[in-house]
Structures are given as C-alpha cells and as structure tokens.
Design a protein around this ligand. Structure first.
Ligand SMILES: Cc1cc2nc3c(=O)[nH]c(=O)nc-3n(C[C@H](O)[C@H](O)[C@H](O)COP(=O)(O)O)c2cc1C
Length: 370
C-alpha cells in the first residue's frame, strides 16, 4: 500500500487516506448560510475519495467575513445547511472539517472574480450585499484599497473570542469531525501574531510572547469548547516572506504552543501581508511543513501547488508532512484521489469509487485495455 493511502488517526478520528481538501472560500453564501452550491462543491470531493474535506473559512462573527458572501456560524440558523453537507460527506466515506475564521482588517473586501465593488443595485439585493468597517489589532489598513479598520479594545477581543466558542459549539451540532483554527493569511489572528499588522502597546503587542497571546487565548478557548476525542488543526502562515515580519523560527515557537494547548496538526501555509515576496512554484511550501514538523515535533499538513500523485506520495514517504492538502488541484480534478490510486495502488482500485460509477469506469478502462 502506498503511504498516501495509509489511514491516519488524530484522537478519535481516523482518515481513510492522507489527502485532504484545503478550505476554499466560494463567495457564494447569502447571510452566511451554506446552500446547494456548497453542497455540490464539497460533496463531489467525498465522491472523489478525499479522506477529509475542510469547509471554507467560516466567520465566527458577521464583521469577520472576508466578503459579504462568506459562510458564517454566528447564529443557529446556519447549522442546518452545514449538517446536510456533513451527513453527505460521511455517507460517502470522507471526514468533515470546518475552518473557523475572522478576517480582521481584511474583512469587507471585494469578491475576487469581480475585482471591485461593481455590483448593480439589483445584484446587491439578490446577493445580500453588505459592506462594513472592519476591526483589527491596530488602526492600519491592509493596503490602500482596503478600508481603515477600528482597533479592538479588550471587550471587542473578548466578544470575538466568545464568537469562536459559540461557533465551535455550532460546529459540533452540525456534526463536524474536526475544526481548523484559521490563524494564517494575514487574517485577524495572523494580524495579532505579525509585527507587520500589530502595532499595539498593551500586553497583546510588542514581543512575540505578547503577539501570540490573543491567538493562543482563542485557540485554548476553542480546545475547551470542543470534545476531547475530536481533533483540532490550526492553519498558520509559517513565514510572512517579508523583511521584519514573522520568520519560520517564530512560527515553530507558535506551533509548539498550539501543540501544548492540544492542537493535533499544523496546516502549513504562508504569507498574507502586502509586500510579501513569495517564491511560488511546485511544492514551494513543503519545506515549511517539514520545518514545523521537525522543529515543533507536531503533525503537519503540506499545501501549495502539490499536483501529482508522485509528489504527494514522496512528501509523506520522506516524512516532510503527515497529510497533503490540495486546493486548486482539487477544483481542477475533484476525483484526484481516485486517479492517484490508479497510479499508486494495485488491486481493484475501482472499489474506492462510488458504486454508481466504479463498475462503469472499470468497464471503460478494460475496454481501452488500460
Ligand atoms: C478559491 C480559493 C479559496 C480559498 N479559500 C481559502 C480559505 O477559505 N481558507 C484558507 O485558509 N485558505 C484558502 N485558500 C488557500 C488554499 O486553501 C491553499 O492554501 C492555496 O490555494 C494553495 O494550495 P493550492 O496550490 O493547492 O491551490 C483558498 C484558495 C483558493 C484557490
């Protein structure tokens, strides 16, 4: 059996393989509610054989959405449509995870494929358009095109932490197997962590210890609200890729502290601030997952331009990470794990397909003498 298709366990959860779908915002929700788009988008990954599907950045408070069309879990009505998705993922052999997030000063942004706030009045109504003033550690915008945020006081921070706790309980009610804490990509928790965005002069700013304080308080509150037998992942930006920003060493320390609190895996991404110089290319973030795995002695997920079965197999076989996460490659090929099995596994790989399709694809391949 390949390493990639060897099951792996985190607390009481066993994934059937080590290929996971990374969270991907769809900018397709109204009032934070999941709908049929999310059901089909996520459901097809379960049919495609992924061991774990992580639902997109889901806002813990309304002002924490990146855009007005983000998903949310700030009220009970948002549980039911997610529950339907979780049940489908489970019925088709995938574990179900959700990324809980707050965008901080990057909130109230534009929908990426629009590139600007160019919604017509009719569209605004149909899309439930909203814009608002974001909150952040300090009164500094992300970029010139972003709104100026209000700086959070301690009461505001406590309200957001409580939002994370409530969303954690709602995730449990929806049936999720794991939660991923979003503390990467220049969003709120990353803004506290990084000197690029954190200019505070209270106990939450200045030294690394102080900058880690709020993210770790939130992380601990989520751990306390989530059952002991269920795992937690945290997504971090392992480096800011900016002179004067956080380094790999800073984030190895952060990963150690997350592990101490009870986080089971660190999902190793990078960057999120304006001015980052990112050496983008195949597997460009894999060394970051390896550095955190060795430096913090914690399980990691590697992500970022991992596209082939052989690459993914090597990452696991070489001990660079414990699981691999795919985003754009999963959009490109939602059946990626089933196709990777054909390359890496022997025996009847068609048995891993949904029964409605496996026999037919087997017949097709036989007819073509593959
Ligand atoms: C459409 C899209 C939406 C994304 N949304 C999220 C998100 O909600 N949360 C997050 O942490 N990363 C998000 N990302 C980043 C991906 O999870 C992933 O880290 C990144 O795309 C690199 O992996 P890839 O090369 O396999 O696409 C998104 C990426 C894409 C392409």
């Amino acid at each position: 059996m390949s390493k990639l298709f060897t099951p792996i366990s985190f607390r009481g959860l066993t994934l059937k393989n080590r290929v996971i779908v990374a969270p991907m915002c769809q900018y397709s929700a109204r009032h934070g509610l999941a709908n049929d788009w999310h059901f089909v988008h996520l459901g097809r990954f379960a049919l495609g054989g992924f061991g774990l599907v992580i639902v997109e950045a889901t806002a813990v408070t309304p002002e924490g959405r990146i855009t007005y069309a983000d998903m949310g879990l700030w009220e009970d009505a948002q549980i039911e449509p997610l529950k339907r998705i979780v049940e489908f993922l489970h019925a088709h052999g995938s574990a179900a995870g959700i990324q809980l997030a707050h965008a901080g000063r990057k909130a109230s942004s534009t929908i990426p494929w629009r590139g600007a706030f160019n919604e017509t009045e009719a569209e605004k109504k149909a899309l439930a358009f909203e814009s608002w003033t974001p909150v952040a550690p300090s009164t500094e915008r992300h970029m010139a095109s972003f709104p100026l945020p209000l700086a959070l006081d301690h009461a505001g921070m406590a309200r957001i932490r409580d939002g994370w706790i409530a969303a954690t309980k709602r995730s449990l009610a929806a049936g999720f197997d794991m939660i991923e804490l979003h503390s990467a990509h220049g969003y709120l928790l990353n803004q506290f962590l990084s000197p690029i965005a954190n200019r505070r002069d209270d106990t939450y700013g200045g030294s690394l210890e102080n900058r880690m304080r709020f993210p770790l308080e939130v992380a601990a509150a989520v751990r306390k609200a989530w059952p002991e037998d269920k795992p937690l992942f945290a997504r971090i930006s392992v480096t800011d890729w900016i002179e004067g920003g956080n380094t790999v060493e800073d984030n190895v320390e952060y990963a150690k502290r997350l592990k101490e609190i009870g986080y089971d895996l660190i999902h190793c991404s990078s960057s999120g601030f304006d001015g980052a110089r990112i050496p983008v290319g195949p597997l460009y973030q894999v060394p970051l997952a390896e550095a955190v795995r060795k430096g913090a002695d914690v399980a990691t997920a590697a992500v970022g331009l991992i596209t082939t079965a052989q690459e993914a197999e090597h990452i696991i076989a070489l001990g660079q990470a414990d699981v691999v996460a795919l985003a754009r490659q999963a959009l490109d090929d939602p059946n990626w794990p089933l196709h990777a099995m054909r390359e890496l596994e022997s025996g009847d790989v068609y048995a891993a397909w949904p029964e409605q399709a496996g026999y037919a694809v087997r017949n097709k391949d036989r007819a073509l003498k593959k």
